[in-house]
Design a binder for this molecule. Structure first.
Ligand code: FAD
Length: 470
C-alpha cells in the first residue's frame, strides 16, 4: 500500500495538516509514503497563470523537495501538461499499489472536476482521495450569520471570524518528525522541468520565507496602518505570492503576528489589527467564491451589472496594459506590474478603477490581464478586488464613488517618488506637473491623457444608472 501527499496550493512542510495526516496514516497502516506534485503548464496557461507565477511554483517545489528529503519523504515531481491527464496518472499508480491520497481542497471549477475524476479512478482500485479544507483558517461555509446565512458584507464577517479565532485559539501544526521508512522504488515518471528563473527576486527556501514574515511582524507591522497606502514606501509584507501558493499559511502569519505584536494585535486600528484584517479579506473572498459559484464563471456578484454596456475599446485597453495612458500614476503602476509581476494594493485599486470607470472597459478584461502578469495571482482575491473596484461585487465601492486618478496620485505618491521610479520620462518634472504633465505643457516622450476624466466620469454614471433603473 502507498500513502501519497499530493501537494497543490500548500507547498510547505510547516503547518500542513494534509502532510501531518498523511504521515500519521502511513505510520498507522504501515504503508510507504511519498509526496507528489504535478506540473500542468497547459492548464496553467488556460487559466492565464502568469509565467512568473509558474516559475515561482517550480522553484518552490524544488525547495520543498529538499525539505521533504530531510523528513525522509521522497517527492515525485511530475511534468504533465493538463488536468485531463491527471486521473490516468492516479489510475496507473493504483494498479500497482493500493493508494490513499491526501490533498488540500481546491475550490475552482476545473480543479473540482479533476478531483472528482481522480477519486473515481482511485476507488475503482480500492483507493481513496481524502481532502482537507485548509486554504483558509476558517473553512468556507463555517462562518455564518445567526440565521445561518453567508455574510455578504465584510465587517460583520470579520467580527464573527475574530470571535471564532478567539474561541479556537491560534495554533499551527509543527514540523513533522522524520519518517522511518526504507528507500522507496518510485514509479518511472517524467521529471518536472526547471522554470525560467523569472521569479528569482522572490526567495523560496523555508528559512528566507520565514525571515520575511518574522521581519515584517517585528519591524514594520506597527506602522502598517500609516504606511500601507504609499507605493513608494516598503510598508506592506509582500507575502502575497507565498500565501497564493501556500508556501506560507495564513495561520503561520497570524501565529507570528500574535507572537511579535503581543500588545497591539487585538487593539482596533493598530498596525497589527489592520494587517490581520487583510488576511481576513483573503478568507472573505474565498468564502464568497465557494458560496456563489457563479463567480467562478466570471459572472458579476450584482446580477444587474451584467447588462452594463461597456465600450471595450481595444486601443484604450492596450494603452492601459502598456502603461501609456498619459496618467502618470496609472502608467507607473502598470509598468510595475509588467516589469516585476507584483503591484501595490493602492495601485491595484487605482488602475482597476481607471480601466472600468475612465476607459469603460469590462472589468473581466482587467481581471484576466492581472492574472496573466501577477506572481500572486489568486482567483478569489483577484475576482474580489476587480468586482470591488468595478462596483459589481460584494461590499463594492458604490458606483458613483469614482477615483480621480490625479488626486489619488497627489495623495498617495505626494513626492512623486514612485512615478519617477517607473516613468523616467517624467523624472525632471516637479510638484503638481509630475501628477499631471499637461500643467507643464506636456512632455514630448510621454503620451497625452487618453481620456478626459470628468467626461469619462459622467459616462460611467450614465452606464450604471441605465442598469440600476431597469
Ligand atoms: P499585505 O498588505 O501585507 O497583506 C497581507 C496579505 O493579506 C496579502 O499578502 C494577501 O494575501 C492578503 N490581502 C491583502 N489585501 C487583500 C485583499 N484586498 N483581498 C484579498 N486578500 C488580501 N491579492 C492576491 O493575493 N492575489 C491577487 O490576484 C490579487 N488581485 C487583486 C486585484 C485587485 C483589482 C485588487 C484591488 C486587489 C487584489 N489583491 C490580490 C489584493 C491585494 O492587492 C494584494 O493581496 C496585496 O497587494 C499583496 O501585497 P502584500 O502581500 O504586501 O499585502
Amino acid at each position: 500500500a502507498l500513502t501519497v501527499v499530493w501537494f497543490r496550493n500548500d507547498l510547505r512542510t510547516l503547518d500542513n495538516a494534509v502532510l501531518c495526516s498523511a504521515i500519521d496514516h502511513a505510520a498507522r497502516h504501515n504503508t510507504a509514503l511519498v509526496g507528489l506534485f504535478i506540473a500542468t503548464p497547459q492548464t496553467w496557461a488556460q487559466h492565464d497563470m502568469a509565467p512568473i507565477k509558474q516559475d515561482f511554483i517550480r522553484r518552490r517545489v524544488q525547495a520543498l523537495r529538499t525539505e521533504l528529503t530531510a523528513l525522509n519523504i521522497p517527492l515525485l515531481a511530475v511534468e504533465g501538461s493538463s488536468y485531463q491527464q491527471v486521473p490516468a496518472l492516479f489510475g496507473q499508480l493504483s494498479q500497482v499499489f493500493q493508494v490513499t491520497v491526501f490533498a488540500q481542497t481546491e475550490y475552482e471549477l476545473r480543479e473540482q472536476q479533476r478531483d472528482a475524476k481522480v477519486a473515481q479512478r482511485l476507488s475503482a482500485n480500492k483507493g481513496v482521495l481524502v481532502q482537507f479544507d485548509t486554504q483558509c483558517i476558517m473553512p468556507p461555509g463555517s462562518i455564518r450569520t445567526q440565521q445561518g446565512d453567508i455574510y455578504k458584507v465584510f465587517t460583520p464577517f470579520k467580527r464573527s471570524w475574530l470571535a471564532r479565532l478567539h474561541q479556537q485559539g491560534v495554533q499551527c501544526f509543527g514540523r513533522p518528525k522524520r519518517v522511518n521508512q526504507p528507500p522507496l522504488q518510485l514509479p518511472e515518471h517524467s521529471v518536472m522541468q526547471p522554470g525560467d528563473d523569472s521569479s528569482a527576486n522572490w526567495p523560496v527556501t523555508e528559512e528566507l520565507m520565514l525571515t520575511r514574515l518574522r521581519t515584517f511582524c517585528q519591524q514594520r507591522v506597527a506602522d502598517y496602518q500609516q504606511q500601507r497606502d504609499f507605493p513608494a514606501v516598503d510598508g506592506t509584507s509582500k507575502l502575497s505570492p507565498y500565501l497564493a501558493i501556500g508556501a506560507i499559511s495564513a495561520m503561520q502569519c497570524v501565529a507570528r503576528l500574535q507572537l511579535e505584536a503581543k500588545e497591539s494585535w487585538a487593539r482596533e486600528k493598530s498596525g497589527a489589527e489592520v494587517w490581520l484584517s487583510e488576511l481576513i479579506w483573503r478568507e472573505f473572498y474565498k468564502h464568497i467564491l465557494v458560496a456563489y459559484p457563479q463567480l467562478i464563471k466570471h459572472q458579476p456578484f450584482q446580477a444587474d451589472t451584467a447588462a452594463i454596456r461597456w465600450t471595450n475599446d481595444k486601443t484604450l485597453f492596450q494603452a492601459w496594459c502598456d502603461g501609456q495612458t498619459g496618467y502618470p500614476i496609472v502608467d507607473a503602476a502598470m509598468r510595475q506590474l509588467n516589469q516585476t509581476g507584483w503591484m501595490h494594493n493602492r495601485l491595484r485599486m487605482i488602475v482597476a478603477s481607471f480601466l472600468v470607470k475612465d476607459l469603460h472597459i469590462d472589468w473581466r478584461w482587467g481581471e484576466r490581464y492581472f492574472m496573466s502578469k501577477l506572481i500572486d495571482g489568486d482567483f478569489a482575491a483577484n475576482n474580489g478586488g476587480w468586482q470591488w473596484a468595478a462596483s459589481t461585487g460584494t461590499d463594492a465601492a458604490p458606483y458613483f464613488r469614482i477615483f480621480n486618478p490625479v488626486s489619488q496620485s497627489e495623495k498617495f505618491d505626494p513626492q512623486g517618488d514612485f512615478i519617477r521610479l517607473y516613468v523616467p520620462e517624467l523624472s525632471k518634472l516637479q510638484g503638481a506637473a509630475l501628477h499631471w504633465p499637461a500643467k507643464a505643457g506636456g512632455v514630448k516622450a510621454y503620451p497625452k491623457p487618453i481620456v478626459d476624466h470628468s467626461i469619462a466620469r459622467k459616462h460611467t454614471l450614465a452606464l450604471f444608472a441605465e442598469v440600476k433603473k431597469s
